[in-house]
Design a protein around this ligand. Structure first.
Ligand SMILES: [Zn+2]
Ligand SMILES: [Zn+2]
Length: 322
């Protein structure tokens, strides 16, 4: 591993209070700023570093002041759908599991949309997710509900010093792309641009189409804050609920479940027991009736020639079901 990638190693000397605070603030914008945290504190929530995450939630209370309009709700729902597809189709099925191929331009485009989800960069996401599959529901899994409880597996783990790091040794195939490393390092850049654009859109519509009843503040609160917070909690149900509630078609070593409700809100990711049994397929709903919106979307992109070599579910997998 080149020295550039070892920069994130924690320091063994205890940090001064001011230095620790500064490092946390710097980390809001540059995820490669040195994390001066002692190893024994790495699994605790880093509250200073987590402030933007808390603010994201508090900002949703803005709905009490900005009101609502059909156009703001429409934009929020559309951004939920587009970003959910980028997460499931690309952050998950492409970057984490390499279940199909695409061009560098399309790879970058969906990495950009994925970065707008405020779930950190593509390298961070893939590195953590590969680790989850390797150690699912063991002591090394950062988010196992059976070992750590619902709240911790849902979001507590996400805010610890250890979880803020990207372990580049887990993603040798991805770290060679400078554009992906940039998105990963400055993972708040795309969300900030999206928030500004949404505010601008609201201001513009307020002036050119006042009958729509929207404003800059309203578009920002619904389109960015509410949509992003709902998107976050829907995504992480796969860590918390899909390892607890649902049916187990396959006898996997972990507690993964198939859950139709979670599959609907996460565009197919709720077929999580299928996925843990055979993560190498671009498809997670293995039967025709297992609705998998991401799979349909990927097939559409394949028909357009934007992605190719979608890996199917092999025939032997079906015979292995319980
Ligand atoms: Zn899982
Ligand atoms: Zn996976």
């Amino acid at each position: 591993m080149s020295p550039r990638y070892t920069k994130l190693a924690p320091s063994t000397r205890p940090p001064s209070r001011t230095h620790g605070a500064l490092a946390a603030l710097q980390g809001w914008f540059d995820t490669q700023s040195p994390l001066d945290s002692p190893e024994d504190a790495a699994d605790r929530i880093d509250w200073l570093r987590a402030i933007p995450f808390v603010m994201l939630h508090l900002a949703c209370l803005g709905v009490l002041w900005v009101g609502v309009s059909p156009i703001a709700l429409g934009v929020a729902a559309t951004l939920y759908a587009i970003r959910m597809f980028a997460l499931t189709g690309f952050y998950h099925r492409y970057f984490s599991h390499r279940t199909f191929r695409t061009s560098r331009a399309v790879q970058f485009f969906f990495a950009l949309v994925g970065a707008a989800c405020v779930q950190r960069g593509p390298l961070w996401w893939a590195a953590h997710h590969r680790h989850h599959h390797r150690h699912a529901d063991t002591a090394l899994d950062p988010h196992s509900p059976s070992l750590t409880g619902f709240l911790w597996s849902h979001m507590g783990w996400f805010l610890t010093t250890r979880a803020f790091r990207t372990d580049f040794s887990r993603i040798p195939d991805l770290r060679k792309y400078p554009e992906l490393r940039w998105l990963d390092r400055y993972d708040t850049a795309v969300p900030i641009v999206l928030a500004i654009l949404l505010y601008g859109l609201g201001v513009l519509l307020h002036h050119v189409a006042p009958s729509l009843g929207t404003t800059g503040g309203q578009m920002l609160v619904w389109g960015f804050f509410v949509s992003t917070v709902v998107l976050f909690h829907a995504t992480v149900t796969i860590n918390s609920l899909a390892h607890r509630f649902g049916r187990r078609r396959f006898d996997t070593r972990d507690d993964s479940r198939n859950n139709v409700w979670l599959a609907l809100i996460t565009f197919g990711e709720g077929w999580h027991n299928n996925h843990h049994f055979y993560p190498g397929s671009a498809r997670q709903g293995f039967r025709w009736w297992e609705i998998d919106l991401t799979w349909y979307g990927l097939q559409l992109l394949a028909a357009l020639g934007l992605v190719w070599d979608l890996k199917p579910v092999p025939a032997w997998v079906d015979k292995a079901s319980r």
